[in-house]
Design a protein around this ligand. Structure first.
Ligand code: PLP
Length: 482
């Protein structure tokens, strides 16, 4: 190419017809608002027909397709076949319902296309503000670390890495574990991602001791003490104890205050997995139940569950922000950090976790917190627990049903009585899901398969609890007659 002949302008990806794109964009937004407004009128979930599943199996699109056509395909192939967690009848696993304010925040974030790895721009200040708001609720000091991540699986993993740096010093980053016999503790009811975090950190899954739980599914402290003593006697090095604020099976809250005291006395890092439970701090009636959480060295929580922020929006808080930075920060010349200009503002979010490029998750959380207010969000959280008590009462009032675990927060585990109850209850849950009436899930407690209703969604009302009970009993009686 000759230097006096610059190349011609090319077509960029922006619309050639802005007014038409604008009209189409408004239609797309309207469609989704209609979808949310009418969510209750549709089935919670529906099985995916083969033609639909196959519908997306198309060759790599080398040529353009009009936006409206792709949107039409979305309406046909994707929208009707979601998980259903926006639906008030969805009670499976521990899924959040999302919110309109959160969705709109996410849309704006996509338009901004901000990269929150670092540099000096307001989106990072919004992310920092979330920590200024939430930190004090959890007893975190001003210089704590706080970071949005995908979810609590990632937050718990990162907390293990920070605790590992706390135990072995930043040299661990160079030398690895070098045979350090670190061991950690969590209740037998801890979420599986904690064990996986131990695996991924190089500490090994077996270095996580599963401490038995009491009848209320809370960590047994005598057993914790005994395990720590036994490990020390064997020449191992206890370094971390994980307490759970809201276990995923039954919503149990470990005795956080006492675990904090044991951690202090034993010199252990105290991490709390508050994935779904921590935001109960927004509800005055529930907040005292989490006493001790404010003593955590680190805390994982999910805005995408009880916080009603659309996926994904996990969060990690670390009391010693400097230690978190020593765990992850890495100098890199190509980042070109500076005191002035766009490359100012260090430390950057990328210094506090493994991600460099990061989206603007904080914006949908910021919108959700501001638009609804934490009092209202707290009232919603409280209401899910009231509904759980109502469900519990209905279970206890039905001779065909049996409550299978204490109802601590918003999770109810029950089953239908009958010969071969595991099979019966599994089939009932499958039938309910396929019928689209409501969507509980199952779990196994003490070797029994149970129906688990986790009420997380702000849209769930008492009539949805009635539907669950009535549909479960009706389905069971059908199955028993067959
Ligand atoms: C949901 C959950 C997790 C996992 O969090 P993700 O956001 O799904 O990665 C971990 N622990 C508990 C107690 C949970 O409820």
């Amino acid at each position: 190419m000759r230097p006096d002949q610059p190349p011609a302008d090319h077509d960029d990806l922006d619309p050639s017809d802005w007014p038409a794109t604008r009209a189409q964009a408004h239609r797309m937004l309207d469609d989704l608002l209609d979808h949310l407004q009418g969510v209750r009128e549709r089935p919670v979930w529906r099985p995916i027909p083969d033609a639909v599943r196959g519908g997306v199996r198309q060759p790599l699109p080398r040529r353009p397709t009009p936006l409206a056509e792709v949107h039409e395909e979305f309406l046909r192939l994707v929208l009707p076949y979601g998980t259903g967690n926006t639906h008030p009848g969805f009670m499976g696993w521990v899924h959040g319902g999302g919110s309109v304010a959160g969705m709109l925040g996410e849309m704006l974030a996509a338009g901004l296309n901000a990269n929150l790895g670092g540099r000096d721009h307001m989106p990072i200040e919004v992310e920092r503000q979330i920590l200024r708001w939430l930190g004090p609720l959890f007893g975190m000091p001003e210089d704590a670390g706080g970071l949005f991540v995908t979810g609590s699986s990632m937050a718990n993993f990162m907390a293990i890495l920070v605790a590992r740096t706390g135990a072995l010093g930043p040299e661990v980053r160079l030398r690895g574990l070098a045979g350090a016999p670190l061991v950690a503790y969590a209740s037998a009811a801890v979420h599986g991602c904690v064990r996986r975090g131990m695996e991924m950190s190089g500490l090994g899954g077996d270095a996580l001791r599963a401490i038995p739980v009491d009848r209320d599914w809370r960590m047994d402290l005598a057993q914790l003490g005994a395990a720590i003593r036994a490990d020390r006697a064997a020449g191992l090095r206890p370094f971390l104890v994980v307490g759970t604020a809201g276990t995923v099976d039954t919503g149990a809250i470990d005795p956080l205050e006492q675990i904090a005291a044991i951690a202090r006395a034993e010199g252990l890092w105290f991490h709390v997995d508050g994935a779904y439970g921590a935001l109960a701090r927004f509800a005055p009636s529930l907040a005292p139940r989490l006493a001790g959480i404010e003593r955590a060295d680190s805390l994982a929580l999910d805005f995408h569950k009880w916080g009603q922020v659309p996926y994904d929006a996990g969060y990690l808080m670390v009391r010693d922000g400097a230690l978190q930075q020593r765990t992850f920060a890495a100098p890199a010349v190509y980042l070109g950090r500076a005191e002035r200009g766009l490359a100012a503002g260090s430390p950057w979010p990328c210094d506090f976790g493994p991600d460099l490029s990061r989206g603007f998750r904080a914006l949908k959380a910021w919108f959700t917190l501001k638009v609804y207010g934490t009092d209202h969000l707290g009232a919603i959280i409280e209401q899910t627990c009231v509904l759980a008590q109502y469900l519990k009462a209905r279970v206890e009032a039905s001779p065909e049903l049996e409550l299978m675990a204490p109802v601590n927060l918003n999770i109810v585990c029950f089953r239908i009585r009958g010969a071969d109850p595991d099979r019966l209850n599994r089939r009932v849950v499958e039938e309910l899901q396929v019928a689209g009436l409501c969507a509980p899930s199952t779990t196994t407690l003490n070797g029994h398969l149970v129906i688990r209703a986790a009420i997380v969604n702000h849209r769930t009302q008492p009539r949805d609890i009635d539907t669950l009970i009535e549909a479960a009993l009706e389905t069971a009686s059908h199955l028993l007659k067959q």
